[in-house]
Design a protein around this ligand. Sequence first.
Ligand code: EPU
Length: 340
Amino acid sequence: MDIHQNYDLSHCNSFAVPAKARAYGEVRSKQDLVQAMAYAVEQELPLFVLGGGSNVLFTADYPGLVVHIALRGIETNPLGTEQVELLAGAGENWHQLVMYCLKNKLYGIENLALIPGTVGAAPIQNIGAYGVELADVFVGLEAVEVSSGRTLMMDRDACEFGYRDSIFKHSLEGQVVITCVSLRLETRASPEIGYPALASELATTDSAAVTPEQVANAVMAVRRSKLPDPELLPNCGSFFKNPLVSRQQYERLLADYGDVPGFPQPESPELIKIPAAWFLDKTRWKGRRQGAVGVHEHQAVVIVNHGGASGADVMQLARAMQQSVAERFSVELEPEVRIV
Ligand code: EPU
């Protein structure tokens, strides 16, 4: 494996902000990974694992070794007659995997079509969209511990999944490198079409007969209509998580604003999740521009780079957005994107 010094990361992050890694290597095999980890230890460099770069904002040059995970491979094993275990290398592209599953009649992740990034990044933030999240189909993963080079097998409980959250953002941050992910998929379709935007996209389809292919197509149509394509307008999807408010605060908002989208949390019904985009819309951020950065014209939670922005420019806009929501609603917006 070649290790490059002072490597330009601007093409490896979907915000397309300039940043350099002190060292950079592409990991195509377990051997490469072992070699990269040894190099980091030897040189006393911190290690940063990069997948598709679609959920990370570099605010400065990275003073360590960045490894791009390019471990490939997809394998399936039947689990009885109606389920299949799917094993995918961490470097596989997530959306390509969704398409592979549809083609092979393996169901359960069709709502997660078009999510940018890699398979290995999916568990880190427990990717989710349109009523489904990775944890719903997740069985386990294989990872390598950075300090020892040991291979670890982790099941779903061990990953401590939450809303856009997992143990890999907390106690295991920077400690392990995910190499392979295992999912349990169904051979019989049971489409999940309850999410409002998806339901309305499918309104003309007979809901009893809707196919997973139709669900995936509808998800792709909704995403394309609302979310900017990072290839054309660099961005990292939702910049903030959707905050939870108390039922009392939600009712006050309803009294003041009439219609407020809110999703009670199944595990704690006194907490209501309100789209960050709603707060940002009310504080008039949609379509606003601040130098080279701005807020997407169709989705107020998406920050875009109009060209030539730095990570600091993005952060400055993000802070101004947080501040105006905090002042008007006393709600703290927490970044969903990983800030490095
Ligand atoms: N809304 C507004 N203004 C806007 C956009 C949305 O008021 O500018 C309101 C609307 O009422 C809309 C509601 O917010 O119905 C929900 O909006 P949307 O369906 O676009 O979803 P979201 O809550 O903004 C979340 C995820 C997305 C995921 C979609 C669909 C988070 C942080 N974001 O967004 O995930 O694709 O739901 O499930 O949970 C990502 O993580 O990067 C991401 C894009």
